[in-house]
Design a protein around this ligand. Sequence first.
Ligand code: NAI
Length: 506
Amino acid sequence: MSHIFKYIGVIGAGAMGRGIAQIATQAGSHVKLFDQDPQAGARAVKEISAQWEKLLAKGRMDAVSAQACQARLTLPSTLAELRDCDLVIEAIVERLDVKRTLFAQLESIVSPQTVLATNTSSLSVTAIAAELEHPERLAGYHFFNPVPLMKVVEVIRGLRTSPACCAALTSYAREMGHTPVQAQDTPGFIVNHAGRGYGTEALRIVGEGVADFATIDRILKDQMGFKLGPFELLDLTALDVSHPVMESIYQQYYQEPRYRPSVITAQRLAGGLLGKKTGEGFYRYVDGAAQWPTEAATPVVNEMPPVWLSPRASRRAELLLLLKNLGASIETGASPSMNALTLVAPLGFDITTVAVVERLDPARTVGIDMLIDDAQTKRRVLATNPATRADMRDAAHALFARDGKAVSVIRDSGGFVSQRVVAHIVNIASDMCQQGICSPQDLETAVTLGLGYPQGPLAMGDRLGPTNMLEVLFNMQTVYGDPRYRPSPWLRRRGAIGLSLLQEES
Ligand code: NAI
């Protein structure tokens, strides 16, 4: 039996309300699930019961508990029946006016001590509470779909929410088996804010013609360990959901360039290419499976040119060792010989700029992304510049594929795919810390549980090197002149000491 909330009301029996009602009942509370549409309520109870039967069949729940849960979950026919609830969680339609009306009605029904919570994902908690008699008892309680499997919940403190209200919701989240994180009432809270970096930067890379969707997805999965590429993810979420979220957060932050959406998704949304659910998004789906374009074959190169490596390459010693292991003939002169393949490995700079600055022949210059330790990546990424000769590009491709590792060749841009996307994610996360939206620890927890990233953004930045992240951003800002890439002051300050430190700065 829950010690905190014995009787709770859940309003709205859709995808979210159903999941919340299920875990709250399992936590031992008596749950009244109310929906204005009685059929929706009945359907939800049926589906929740089916979930308990599944758990029973799998041995994850015993028959006594399943029966007790069934008895604790009820379907009131009027809102007034929620009068004895200690907590009411709202998961109805995402409209400020409708939510406000509902909470005003509730205040006339429940006791003044009843805690009120909203599962809104995009509205201001402060605005929802503004007209209440007791705004201090309303907080955001943002769950993720499907609720029983996504074991994180954001507890959002509106401007007038009392600390006691957040504390009770935090403890109750633990009783439900969820991990609570604390967020300030800001657009997107934690997860939907931190998630802005991945898709928007990938869309910019596509928009610049640097690489296609599938190549970007392959690179981010194989180099960075993301479970889904950004375009697979957009297809799964569907553009009718994700494009409006991108627009809304961008507008709510008064057109902050870091969150700028893309015309690509606007156009695809208008055209109905929504994603997996409509059979076509960035990929086509046949029987639910994405159709991946085949990768370019490794070119056959009969005569491998010698290789000269720029002294300014990142991870130079490692790259030299790799070249040796791949059997390359490495030149050691101060400048490349007449027919040498010239390799550069910049962070944030484009290959053309590097060739010009280092006075190299652009026709023979190819870049390789060395942000990530070669041993830790399943794919190597090379970049040409517009002047790179086809024989030099093919030689580099064949050379780096010699040990069987996958190779992608992309076009010139400031920063390679992983550099751009990861630096953007780390920068946004850093700026969230700068703004005090949540603690660095809660940010990491929310992102790993809510977005399924292989690591929290701050740990990711630390693994790749905070100063490398800064270098990528500084150089990209130079290349693009776009304030989108300006490093957050928090990232600049923490550059030298690490991002995911548990202790606070002195
Ligand atoms: P849904 O459309 O599946 O369900 C909403 C339910 O609320 C419907 O059954 C509807 O009949 C009922 N309803 C609408 N107005 C009502 C009212 N005034 N009184 C009583 N019942 C009412 O919606 P879903 O997806 O469950 O979302 C609910 C809330 O949760 C929204 O605020 C949404 O933004 C938020 N949310 C949704 C997530 C998702 O992935 N679907 C994730 C996190 C939050």
